[in-house]
Design a protein around this ligand. Structure first.
Ligand code: GBH
Length: 459
């Protein structure tokens, strides 16, 4: 098997999942409904009409999954807490059985010497809050902070890293502008207030977690270098605008306390005081990276685009996502561009300077349509290459002066890939969704082999 990249001492390696994608057990132990339950029940939203009702049945099988992590030997596990399990209606009464589940999970991780890293909101908003306006309503931000207090008080003594929210850009764009994720709203640019409320919720939750005594608080934000389709001024301008809307809009307020020029005016109400909350200091900043975005001016004929994941490209946009050509692709169709990870890390360092705290890559991964062969093996050498090359890219960013502290593989398990259902497999461990049988893939073995011989042992 191929050589393992050289990373700084103490570099954290982990795997990542999210509640709705792995847990199943959607009607058990007092869990409330989430917007993803609703969305999956609507016709034609999810490939093959699939849902997260059972997913990986992780809610029941977590001991087996923690045992798999323990044998894998990684330092940390990033999971998300299902808000509707803990606060079924999004506000008001707490469901003790929901909290107990995460208590058990955290304790079994610690017993296996794995650092728990918890996300509070990885897209499964309680349906009751959606009925009250969801992220279009400012109140939802305050509800997130209340829920953060509940979770922080219960788990703050044991969870090693906290992320109030995952990928506000995807919730805004896919959930509210394009309508291809829950809650399925296609508001176009009228989705901008959603971004503000998510960011405000992030800031309020950071403060709530701190007040509850939690340490090591960050964010998991999706970012990608944006490349102009050509050197023409039109394409460059379109790419810069796209970069502003998908990268700067979500990182500037958090790291600098200001919106990019012209965007504060698009937000609801006076935002000055909110920006102080949104920029509450973080211990680290998490970047989820998948692929660069190639963007040109409208009218270039690039309408069909993996950037929008099959969503119809709305008309009248001031930019146009284009196909990135000349790269290997995953089976999901995403371009494999490891150097894009080095580039986004270096760009963040250059853009934000000392305002950028230490960085973690909170997600990186690839989907291949893996199958278990007749010997019970999964030969996913393309995934091995993917992670080796992306870790090499991290090492290059470290050499260039970026303080990168860790890398989380998306994902531990094949799981429910949102609108794509179970077709796309990102796991180091294969899951047979009929039998729930888990099969560690060659990529799992590759990490395991390296981790067993790591000179410094666990970090
Ligand atoms: C993450 O989303 C999610 O956090 C996770 O739940 C999900 O399962 C996983 O990734 C795999 O999809 O912005 O140019 O890279 C990733 C969101 C947004 C990543 C669109 C790929 C393609 C265009 N994705 N993106 S670009």
């Amino acid at each position: 098997m191929s050589e393992f990249p050289t990373l700084p001492n103490g570099f954290v390696l982990g795997t990542a999942t999210a509640s709705y994608q792995v847990e199943g057990a959607v009607d058990e132990d007092g869990r409330g409904r989430s917007v993803w339950d609703t969305f999956c029940a609507e016709p034609d939203r999810i490939k093959n009409g699939e849902t997260g009702d059972v997913a990986c049945d992780h809610y029941h099988r977590y001991p087996e999954d923690v045992a798999l992590m323990s044998e894998l030997g990684m330092d940390a596990y990033r999971f998300s807490i299902a808000w509707p399990r803990v606060v079924p209606d999004g506000s008001g009464p707490v469901n003790p059985a929901g909290l107990d589940f995460y208590d058990r999970l955290v304790d079994s991780l610690l017993a296996a010497e794995i650092t728990p890293a918890a996300t509070l909101f990885h897209w499964d908003l309680p349906q009751a809050l959606q009925d009250a306006g969801g992220w279009q309503s400012r109140d939802t931000a305050a509800r997130l902070a209340e829920y953060a207090t509940v979770v922080g008080e219960r788990l703050g003594d044991r969870v090693g890293m906290w992320m109030p929210i995952n990928e506000p850009v995807v919730v805004t764009m896919f959930g509210h502008a394009l309508g291809v994720h829950a809650p399925g709203l296609a508001l176009g640019f009228d989705a901008l207030p959603v971004a503000h409320h998510l960011l405000l919720g992030h800031g309020l939750a950071v403060q709530a977690l701190r007040a509850a005594g939690c340490s090591s608080i960050g964010i998991a934000s999706n970012h990608a270098p944006t490349w102009p389709a050509s050197s023409s001024p039109e394409d460059q301008e379109a790419a810069a605008l796209y970069d502003t809307l998908v990268n700067r809009l979500f990182a500037d307020p958090v790291l600098t306390g200001a919106y990019p020029e012209g965007l504060a005016e698009a937000m609801p109400g006076p935002v000055e005081d909110d920006l102080k909350v949104i920029s509450s200091p973080l211990d680290w900043f998490g970047i989820n990276y998948y692929q660069p975005s190639l963007v040109g001016a409208p009218g270039g004929g690039g309408a069909e685009s993996p950037v929008l994941e099959g969503a119809p490209v709305p008309e009248g946009l001031p930019f146009e996502p284009r196909q990135l050509t000349g790269y290997d692709r995953t089976d999901f169709g995403w371009a494999v561009v490891p150097d894009g990870l080095r580039e986004i890390l270096v760009t963040f360092r250059e853009r934000y300077g000392d305002a950028l705290p230490p960085v973690y890559v909170t997600e990186s991964g690839c989907s291949f349509h893996d199958v278990v062969d007749e010997h019970g093996q999964v030969h996913d050498e393309r995934r091995v290459a993917y992670h080796r090359e992306h870790l090499d890219a991290v090492a290059a960013a470290v050499d260039a002066g970026v303080d990168v502290r860790g890398y989380f593989v998306w994902s531990l398990l094949d799981n429910f890939e949102w609108a794509e259902g179970f077709t796309e497999r990102f796991g180091l461990v294969h899951v047979d969704f009929e039998t729930q049988h888990r099969t560690p893939k060659d990529s799992y073995r590759w990490f395991q082999q390296h981790l067993a011989t790591r000179p410094s042992g666990k970090s």
